[in-house]
Design a protein around this ligand. Structure first.
Ligand code: CTP
Length: 407
């Protein structure tokens, strides 16, 4: 307990010093959104801007969002301010340059520091993330690609630009990556020294779909939120994560391997592949227990007054998957919660089971909160209060960390 993310409301960003460097690209205005999201998540955001960046977005905007002074090239580089800023670079937990222009990338690759942003990058020992944004030809130019490859080899993390409409009106790769992708990458890099660093976790999420015919399936009400929160929490604590997900309406998480499946049988195969060398498997998915015995090749027409579907059992993934890793299961129960969950723990030979009461409106399907009881192999029962799914995820991971330490 008392671990990095275990307190209510704290995240991997809380109290972290993030230097946000902004360079002169049309995408510079998007840096305001990044600064806002980081500040809201509890980070201390120190903004550094090149002179040309200040032509695209006013330093006052960033100052208002972060509540901190903004350093710009408008100051004399030889002034006291520069020296203070090098000290800030040393205090930084992470440096993020977004947007990063071709010119910034070229200068950093060549070791040139002639503006406040390059100065910060070269003076810091903190991890550095670059989110390039530029014209497609500039991005695809072999010189830019060589510079990026060089920086990657030196440990920089590059958030690749997205494909889309560029300021020039052309379509191509060069647009600043999605803000959520940039924030997710920041969390992932900060989490590298977390208490799950070096561990491999496989997480399943969502409700499987069992096809009836080409247009219909049997599904369930799982939203995938608990599993996605588990995967993101594990990533933020330094784990390498494989998320195996049934279809959901959630955005694809970054900083992990994501495997998309539909049926229980596909999930079983994906889990079997992913658990090689895993330290833990967390089965948050709502796996269908039954599937149609046969799938109609053509759409079933409404010809007869009634229709009977014959269902057969799906594989029980948790029971069948073999290997030397921790197994964490979930039990969605509507009655005798602890007793039923304990039975599942025994039957499926789990290390931990997370039981939730699906009759409670704030808990379980579709909502962002969950009220669960954790039961371990020794029979220890811990009833948690109503928490966000992310908080529940961190409490489960606290247990996983403790169990892995004993293995
Ligand atoms: N599970 C699984 N494979 C299945 C069904 C469930 O691996 N075919 C996993 C779930 O992901 C969950 C745990 O087993 O972690 C318990 O799932 P649940 O459906 O509650 O339990 P069942 O064993 O299916 O029992 P029942 O439906 O009778 O309550």
């Amino acid at each position: 307990m008392g671990l990095l993310n275990s307190n209510k409301g704290t995240t991997v960003l809380t109290n972290k010093t993030v230097i946000l460097g902004i360079t002169g690209s049309i995408a510079a205005y998007k840096a305001a959104d990044i600064a806002s999201k980081l500040t809201q998540a509890g980070a201390k955001v120190e903004v550094v801007m090149t002179d040309s960046a200040t032509r695209f977005i006013a330093p006052l905007t960033l100052r208002s969002i972060t509540g901190r002074p903004v350093v710009t090239d408008m100051f004399d580089l030889a002034s006291q301010h520069t020296i203070e800023h090098i000290a800030l670079g040393e205090a930084a937990d992470i440096v993020v340059i977004a947007p990063a222009t071709a010119s910034l990338i070229a200068k950093v690759a060549a070791g040139i520091a002639d503006d406040m942003v390059t100065l910060t990058v070269l003076a810091t020992k903190a991890p550095i993330i670059l989110a390039p944004a530029m014209n497609v030809n500039m991005f695809e130019n072999p010189i830019t690609q060589e510079n990026l490859a060089k920086l990657k080899a030196r440990g920089f993390t590059i958030v690749d630009p997205a494909y889309g409409r560029l300021a020039s009106g052309k379509m191509g790769r060069g647009r600043l990556a999605d803000i959520d992708k940039i924030i997710g990458t920041i969390k992932q890099v900060l989490g590298r020294s977390g208490d799950l660093a070096g561990k491999r976790l496989v997480v399943t999420a969502g409700g499987t779909r069992e096809p009836i015919d080409p247009v219909r399936h049997i599904g369930n009400r799982s939203s995938g939120k608990m599993g996605y929160a588990m995967a993101e929490a594990a990533r933020d604590r330094g784990a390498s994560v494989t998320l195996i997900t049934a279809p959901t309406s959630l955005p694809e998480p970054v900083g992990m391997e994501v495997v998309h499946i539909e049926t229980a049988a596909q999930m079983k195969d994906a889990v079997a592949r992913a658990v090689a060398q895993a330290d833990a498997l967390i089965m948050a998915a709502a796996v269908a227990d039954y599937q149609p015995k046969s799938v109609a090749k053509a759409k079933i027409k409404k010809e007869s007054p009634s229709l009977t579907l014959e269902l057969v059992r799906t594989p029980d993934i948790l029971t069948e998957v073999k290997g030397d890793f921790l197994k964490v299961g979930f039990a969605a129960e509507s009655q005798d919660i602890v007793a039923n969950a304990k039975q599942k723990l025994e039957k499926k030979k789990l290390d931990l089971i997370v039981a939730n009461d699906i009759t409670d409106a704030d808990s379980g399907f579709g909502v962002d909160t969950n009220k669960v009881t954790l039961i371990d192999r020794k029979g220890k029962v811990e009833e948690l209060p109503l928490l966000t799914k992310r908080e529940v995820a961190d409490r489960i991971l606290d247990k996983v960390v403790a169990m892995l330490a004993k293995k």
